[in-house]
Write a protein that binds this ligand. Structure first.
Ligand SMILES: Nc1ncnc2c1ncn2[C@@H]1O[C@H](COP(=O)(O)OP(=O)(O)OP(=O)(O)O)[C@@H](O)[C@H]1O
Ligand SMILES: [Mg+2]
Length: 139
């Protein structure tokens, strides 16, 4: 099962349609790059996935669960959206990075915070950190 499914996402600012019918899926462990010229909507797409922007249309699913469906208002309450935002980690560009951390620490941070919710985190902490560091150092 795909870890992330995005179907027919649309987003318009004023009269500019920035995202038009965006669909893709991601498998666990898959690494995907979004490439496009400045202003083509890369950040807007990521902000929609993290609910920092609300898509005008489309569906977002995580492991088969519908996190957002523009057709279903029940998926869009503030409380629901705040809870669902915890599924995503985002590393921002340049000035939004944490200056006290190295580049590697900035990239690893979201995954480290999410891991704290996993069972036996305290016992497995060292092994987890080592694995994470190895994985991100090679990217
Ligand atoms: N909150 C907003 N209100 C109005 N327009 C916006 C808003 N956010 C983004 N836009 C517009 O949406 C378009 C896409 O912007 P976006 O930042 O997603 O592009 P990008 O591909 O990430 O660009 P870059 O490569 O420069 O980071 C741009 O025309 C931008 O001006
Ligand atoms: Mg951008």
């Amino acid at each position: 099962m795909s870890i992330l499914e995005v179907e027919h996402i649309r987003k318009t600012f004023d009269h500019t349609q920035v995202l038009q019918d965006i669909s893709f899926s991601l498998e666990q462990g898959q690494v995907v790059s979004i490439i496009g010229s400045s202003g083509s909507g890369k950040t807007t797409l990521l902000r929609c996935l993290n609910f920092l922007e609300r898509p005008d249309g489309g569906v977002i699913r995580i492991k088969g669960d519908t996190l957002f469906d523009a057709e279903h208002i029940s998926t869009q309450s503030e409380q629901e959206i705040r809870r669902k935002r915890l599924h995503f980690g985002l590393v921002f560009q340049s000035f939004n990075l944490f200056p006290q951390y190295t580049a590697l620490q900035n990239v690893m941070l979201a995954k480290q915070l999410l891991a704290k919710d996993e069972p036996n985190y305290k016992v497995r902490k060292k092994r987890f950190s080592k694995k994470l560091k190895t994985r991100h150092s090679s990217c």
